[in-house]
Design a protein around this ligand. Structure first.
Ligand SMILES: Cc1cc2nc3c(=O)[nH]c(=O)nc-3n(C[C@H](O)[C@H](O)[C@H](O)COP(=O)(O)OP(=O)(O)OC[C@H]3O[C@@H](n4cnc5c(N)ncnc54)[C@H](O)[C@@H]3O)c2cc1C
Length: 466
């Protein structure tokens, strides 16, 4: 079984102790007698703001930026949201978990489809139906990003945020302890990010970088790089009779042909399907993988017309640094996409909100200046809450996506109702659900059985290839 063991050390995702270095020390970290670290936070020394509230700029108006701006403005902070393209159509599968609908109070009419059936399709095209354990009210939401992002930005504006259609260029760091950040940006007035625009500056007390995978805010604070996958997607308009099949059904394809380290998907949208795939390890072959994904689904999308082709990086793990002074990164800018599933929308919105809540709390509803220790609380809470989720998905990817036989084993396992329930509950509600010990044991035995079979099969296949 040596080949199925997973090296946890190689995981470079969230870590419980963050390496970010404080700018202006306000908290002292000490080691107590038991060897555990404890943090003594100095009494609040940040000054009260006179005649104005705390000013915060959120760069980027995707789910991370929209939710951050809404929370800040509701919390009494003077909020500026800078988005380069107000009709941005982020390349994305658009699958969101049920808990996002409730937690972010999303109206049902912005959700194109409610998926209650999912087919997991193995390299040899064995299809397993998952979703049988879903309760009548449970579903995976499918959204178009141009709709979701615009809705969340508008709601931030309705709560008092100033939305600026502008391209953030760079920022000057404060010259003194409580000094301002000076942001340089190009403002457009067409709403579409086109035209020459006008160069402008904005002075703020803190900045949230929600500007996605190619974040300029991250560069401004030397946040460091992350490994990334490239994801490719085609939106395909298929005939109405074919669309009936995808009414409330999504497909996931696994296999070396569709991706050596990820999966291919067909997700239903309002009047079309989104067909895509991704890879970290073989980026140069992405179009070949896309063709293979389309081929695997070909009978079901026959007669389809490609209406949009899109590609974008997906971060593989958080940046080495997510915070510096009064600047913090959230969403893809920070690197919060889960491996294995490639999910990032919920985590973007959630991190935006969590970061903004830390600012609202630290500033006592916008009345005081904040410092790095206030933002650090967001990171600590984030890592504590989501570290296990990222770790589990990282392990799953390493175990099950490494060869076609392992993927066959994975699909075989997905037929198990207990696996389906655990997977769906964890995905839909973002909690690692405690299992039933007897079923856990059965699952462990079945998993080992599947992997042993997969391993034996792989060895046989290697012999044939040699
Ligand atoms: C092909 C593909 C499929 C995916 N499918 C799914 C899926 O089905 N489900 C899921 O949960 N996740 C999916 N993801 C991941 C998901 O799209 C991201 O995790 C999510 O969009 C992150 O949100 P965000 O707000 O952090 O960043 P983004 O959504 O990237 O938003 C960043 C915003 O910042 C703006 N911006 C960037 N630079 C500047 C600048 N200099 N000035 C002003 N504005 C700027 C951009 O215009 C954009 O609106 C997918 C990703 C890809 C690429």
């Amino acid at each position: 079984m040596a080949s199925t063991s997973v090296s946890l050390k190689s995981f470079t995702g969230l870590r419980q102790t963050s390496p970010e270095k404080p700018h202006f020390p306000t908290a002292v970290s000490v080691c107590n007698g038991s060897g555990r670290r404890s943090v003594i936070v100095a009494s609040r020394t940040s000054p009260k703001l006179a005649g104005r509230n705390l000013r915060v700029a959120v760069i980027g108006g995707g789910p991370a930026g929209g939710s951050a701006a809404e929370t800040l403005s509701k919390g009494g902070v003077e909020t500026f949201l800078i988005e380069r393209k107000l009709d941005n159509c982020k390349p994305c599968g658009g699958a969101i978990p049920l808990c996002m609908v409730g937690e972010f109070d999303l109206p049902l009419d912005i959700i194109d489809r409610r998926v209650t059936k999912m087919k997991m399709i193995s390299p040899s095209n064995v299809a397993v139906d998952i979703g049988q354990t879903l309760k009548p009210h449970e579903y995976i939401g499918m959204v178009r990003r141009e709709v979701l992002d615009s809705y969340m930005r508008t709601r931030a504006a309705e709560n008092g945020a100033t939305v600026i259609n502008g391209l953030f260029l760079k920022m000057d760091m404060p010259k003194e302890r409580n000094g301002s950040y000076v942001l340089h940006y190009t403002e457009y007035d067409g709403g579409k990010g086109g035209g020459v625009g006008e160069k402008k500056v904005l002075e703020v007390d803190a900045v949230i970088g929600a500007d996605g995978a190619n974040s300029r805010v991250a560069k401004s604070i030397d946040a460091g790089d992350y490994d990334y996958a490239i994801a490719f997607q085609e939106r395909i308009k298929i005939p109405d009779d074919k669309m009936v099949y995808y009414e409330n059904l999504a497909e996931m394809y696994v296999g070396d042909d569709v991706s050596p380290d990820f999966y291919g998907w067909v997700f239903p949208k309002c009047d079309h399907v989104a067909v895509g795939t991704g890879t970290v390890t073989h980026k140069g072959d992405i179009k070949k993988f896309q063709l293979a994904t389309r081929n695997r689904a070909k009978d079901k999308i026959l007669g389809g017309k490609i209406i949009r082709v899109e590609a974008h990086p997906i971060p593989e793990h958080p940046r080495p640094r997510r915070l510096s002074g009064r600047v913090a990164l959230v969403g893809d800018a920070a690197g919060y996409v889960t491996k294995c599933s490639g999910e990032g929308i919920y985590f973007a919105a959630k991190s935006g909100r969590m970061c903004a809540e830390a600012i609202v709390e630290g500033s006592e509803n916008g009345k005081r200046m904040i410092d790095e220790s206030d933002l650090r609380k967001y990171l600590e809470k984030w890592d504590k809450t989501y570290w296990p989720t990222y770790k589990v998905l990282d392990i799953l990817q390493k175990v099950f996506y490494r060869s076609n036989p392992a993927r066959e084993a994975f699909v075989e396992m997905c037929a198990d109702e207990y696996v389906q329930k655990m997977t769906f509950d964890s995905y839909l509600y973002k909690t690692v659900v405690p299992g039933n010990p007897l079923d856990d044991l059965k699952l462990a035995v079945n998993t080992i059985g599947s992997l042993v079979r997969a391993n034996a099969l792989r060895k046989e296949m290697e012999k044939i290839t040699l």
